[in-house]
Ligand binder design. Sequence first.
Ligand code: HEC
Length: 115
Amino acid sequence: MRLAAAIVAVGCLVGVAIVANRQVGLCLLCHSGPFPEERFQGNLAPPLQGAGSRWSEGQLRLRIVDPGRINPATIMPAYHRTDGLVRVAPAWRGKPVLSAEQIEDVVAFLMTLKD
Ligand code: HEC
């Protein structure tokens, strides 16, 4: 495997871990995904399977960084925005939920979820 491909593969693995993790990403609170081992997946949002066919990389990134830009009434949290939030506990102020690197790993993983 070429180095670049290997780096993308590692990013995807980290992305899977973030998406399926109940403490970090919480994505499965609302979404379901191709994780047969995870019980009680969400049905408040579209299944993540196929997201890589429905959206481009840039569209996926925007939907995770700041979904309110697409749908101001969305219940999905902005994973990489720190301004315009209300009632954020002092310890968390100014800190995004996911770092830029974690966002890239999640996007890399979602890009693999083709229909
Ligand atoms: C509190 C619920 C909630 C959480 C948590 C959540 N989402 Fe969402 N998500 C939604 C809803 C609802 C939509 C549908 C569009 C909208 O309402 O903005 C959506 C839309 C999406 C879409 C576009 C889906 C499509 O194909 O139309 C993607 C991709 C996505 N979310 C990924 C994620 C990822 C990755 C995480 C975790 C890092 C996550 N979401 C966490 C509620 C959530």
